[in-house]
Design a protein around this ligand. Structure first.
Ligand SMILES: Cc1ncc(C[n+]2csc(CCOP(=O)(O)OP(=O)(O)O)c2C)c(N)n1
Ligand SMILES: [Mg+2]
Length: 374
């Protein structure tokens, strides 16, 4: 488990971190190679993500949004790793990573559009080198390796491919196949595991008997590293190192890296879940004390980059940006339910054909409004 510079020091028990709980640089660690402006923008992106989350959950509760998977607790991991990307790199997020397209300048209304059931919202990500989101656990990982292989075949060493997935995904065959191929074909991949301790109601210790997820990289012949996912600066550093390694491997190094980002989801798995039935409030409170936004805000205040006035300005901008996005998405007509059957198969398999016909019958008999209420 080694990467260049300081992040090499990450050990089994202590994930690599740069900031302590009070937002101070840990002794011996250096700050990131980001300008003051970029650091404050990073804070704005993290706080916007939190606001986006709160508003979207509230809209879902009011019946104005579809099922949504909250980000809260993951902002440091998502924004820190996204800031480490170069413009031409690709990132493959899961359903939990709404902050990633937002930080890559995808319009918030497009991200909302996806969660409201419009496939077009997903398609718009591609312009910013963000792969379309899907909900099938682990399924993006072989695509990421395939993308890495394609760049290598084309002798294009200017791009890395960063793929996100959860701790639960590491139990899927897709994870193992993808990492095995990446090791054998030495592809420019960063496999970013958001270990948030739970896969819905399955705790991390029921997911794998390995001490760490990072150590699984050893079996595939490349580096694995653990990072504190609630420290955006540490995540930035580790991901940056991994991306640089993917593009400029030394002779004895493999290009791919497995990053285990150790963090916690504060909210429910999705708006269709109730975490109080399977996890303790104490655990949640312990992790809330490491809130990545509070910690980063302390760092920016301690170092004179942020004050009350600037924070208020960020808050106002976030609220206006989100209000505009909601207005834009609510101006659209509801998506056509027939879209559920499009864009996957050239020709519908018979089982889906039957379901499609059944939908037509129900629409004819009841009309869409009654159907949705029922
Ligand atoms: C192949 C597959 N199996 C099961 C599911 C149902 N499912 C949705 S989310 C989830 C848990 C995933 O947990 P994890 O990978 O840790 O990601 P997290 O939600 O914690 O970010 C499961 C089992 C699915 N979507 N796809
Ligand atoms: Mg998880």
């Amino acid at each position: 488990m080694r990467l260049s510079t300081e992040s090499v020091t990450s050990s089994k028990d202590e994930p690599f971190r740069i900031l302590d709980a009070n937002g101070r640089l840990i002794e011996g660690r250096t700050g990131p190679d980001l300008s003051d402006e970029q650091l404050v923008q990073m804070y704005e992106d993290m706080t916007f993500s939190r606001h986006f989350d709160e508003r979207t959950v509230s809209l879902q509760r009011q019946g104005r949004m579809g099922t949504y998977a909250p980000v809260a607790g993951h902002e440091g991991a998502q924004i820190g790793s996204t800031y480490a990307l170069d413009r031409d790199d690709w990132v493959l997020p899961t359903y939990r990573e709404s902050a990633i397209p937002l930080a890559r300048d995808v319009e918030p209304s497009e991200v909302l559009r996806y969660w409201k059931g419009y496939e077009e919202g997903n398609a718009s990500l591609v312009a910013e080198n963000v792969f379309p989101i899907n909900i099938v656990i682990g399924s993006l990982i072989p695509h990421a390796t395939g993308m890495g292989m394609a760049f290598k075949y084309r002798d294009d060493y200017s791009r890395a491919v960063v793929c996100h997935f959860g701790d639960g995904a590491t139990s899927e065959g897709d994870f193992h196949e993808a990492l095995n191929f990446a090791g054998v074909f030495d592809t420019p991949n960063v496999f970013f595991c958001n270990n948030n301790q739970w896969a819905i109601s399955v705790p991390r210790d029921r997911q794998t008997a390995s001490d760490t997820i990072a150590q699984k990289a050893i079996a595939y012949g490349f580096d694995g590293v653990r990072v504190d996912g609630m420290d955006p600066l540490a995540v930035y550093r580790v991901t940056r190192d991994a991306i640089e390694n993917a593009k400029r491997p030394e002779d004895d190094r493999k290009r791919p890296t497995l990053v285990e980002s150790v963090q916690y989801r504060f909210g429910a798995h999705t708006t269709a879940d109730d975490p109080s039935v399977y996890r303790d409030d104490d655990e949640l409170e312990r992790w809330q004390r490491k809130d990545p936004i509070v910690r980063f805000e302390k760092f920016l205040r301690n170092t004179g980059r942020l004050d009350d006035e600037r924070i208020d300005a960020v808050k106002t901008r976030n609220e206006e940006r989100m209000a505009d996005a909601i207005e834009a998405v609510e101006r659209l007509d509801d998506p056509d339910p027939e879209e559920m059957f499009q864009n996957v198969y050239e020709e519908l398999p018979s089982r889906l054909e039957e379901q499609f016909e059944r939908l037509q019958e129900l629409r004819d008999r009841h009309g869409d409004d009654e159907l949705l209420e029922g």
